[in-house]
Ligand binder design. Structure first.
Ligand code: EPS
Length: 351
């Protein structure tokens, strides 16, 4: 989907490692693995995370594209080892002679990719769908996002996120109480969060084609995070406001156009307008429940209870970090489209 800052990721949840190759980063950008690791730690944290996060200490290895701390212009490769692979070597083996049905399962988890994935890829062992549909892959996506954020920091772009609501809770104390309640009941919770990017130039994106609109690109990037069910930009109460209330009127201050409100969320006509970009998203409750949901077993089409191994109770805080990363990638892509060149120096001159 991205034009200039392109990347692919690979890796199964319990496979050996997660990998990303990023293509299109110009030379001269400082990339610090410590920053990437700090972001990975943020993704692993948050109240309500499960057992897997006690096993992993996600750490990136940069295996290409960077020399003496700076990008070369060549593809940048990132690798995160799955520590849990030690416990899954046989089960996740690539060799046919290691075949085992240990950890195979056929009881669909409603809300997960199991059902549609098994039909589409003609699989009877739902592990073959779970392994890639797991939110585990967001670890390597956050590593890519941390590279994007370091590129944006050269242009003083700032990023932050906050949780708006979890269950019925609207304060941190209430978030924790809601998550405790869900955990006790063997249940899960989603929530709503906000991501803000500040200090962006005017004119990222374009109004001239549907697929160049910045809001459309951001919405796609955030919507494709596992468990995201809605994305909005700016004031999501727009549906009940008058035009005179919603639109951000313009004034002159120090010879510059200034606004007193930002209901548009920093995007007008598919382009950044210089105000902070404000994105809100809703994450559904995680579909793997300790107290299983009703389902069907694909083996004999009998009614049964869904498969459960282990899961998080709530991962909204982690999801906000993933959303920051996705948006950072879109914004870097737009920076390269607008100011692009082969080196940091060239881009800085155009910027
Ligand atoms: C996750 C790793 C997974 C899950 C979780 C997210 O590890 P495991 O399957 O070994 O417990 O904990 O994913 C889900 C709950 C899900 O339904 O996809 C991670 O690294 O974030």
């Amino acid at each position: 989907m991205l034009d200039k800052f392109r990347f692919l990721t690979a890796g199964e949840s319990h496979g050996k490692c997660l990998t990303a190759i990023i293509e299109g980063i110009p030379s001269g950008f400082e990339i610090n693995p410590d920053f990437i690791n700090a972001e990975l730690k943020r993704r692993q944290g948050g109240y309500g995370r499960g057992g897997r996060m006690k096993i992993e200490t996600d750490t990136v290895e940069i295996t290409s594209g960077v020399r003496f701390g700076k990008t070369l212009g060549s593809p940048v490769t990132l690798v995160i080892q799955n520590r849990d692979f030690q416990n899954w070597q046989k089960i996740m083996s690539i060799n046919p002679e290691d075949f085992t049905d240990e950890k195979s399962f056929s009881k669909y988890r409603p809300g997960h990719a199991d059902y549609a994935g098994s039909v589409k890829y003609n699989q009877t062992d739902l592990r073959n769908i779970l392994e890639r549909s797991s939110a585990r892959k967001t670890a390597i996506e956050v590593a890519v996002g941390a590279v994007a954020k370091q590129i944006l920091s050269q242009f003083d772009v700032k990023c932050s996120s906050r949780i708006i609501q979890i269950g019925h809770g609207k304060t941190e104390e209430e978030f924790h109480a809601e998550i405790d309640k869900a955990k006790e009941a063997g249940d899960t919770l989603g929530g709503k969060f906000e991501v803000v990017f500040e200090n962006l130039p005017v004119g990222l994106g374009s109004h001239v084609h549907w697929d160049r609109m910045l809001d459309g690109k951001i919405a796609q990037a955030v919507m494709s995070i596992p468990a995201i069910k809605s994305v909005s930009i700016g004031n999501h109460h727009a549906y009940k406001m008058f035009g005179s209330e919603f639109h951000d009127q313009m004034y002159l201050g120090d010879g510059k156009i200034v606004r007193k409100t930002n209901n548009a969320g920093g995007i007008e006509g598919g382009m950044s307008n210089g105000e902070p970009i404000v994105v809100t998203a809703v994450m559904k409750p995680i579909p793997t429940l300790r107290k299983p949901l009703n389902t069907v077993d694909l083996k004999d089409l009998s009614e049964t209870e869904a498969h459960f191994e282990r899961s998080d109770t709530c991962a909204v805080e982690a999801c906000a970090v993933v959303a920051e990363s996705r948006i950072a990638c879109v914004l870097v892509d737009e920076f390269l489209l607008k100011f692009g060149g082969d080196s940091l120096k060239e881009i800085k001159n155009r910027f």
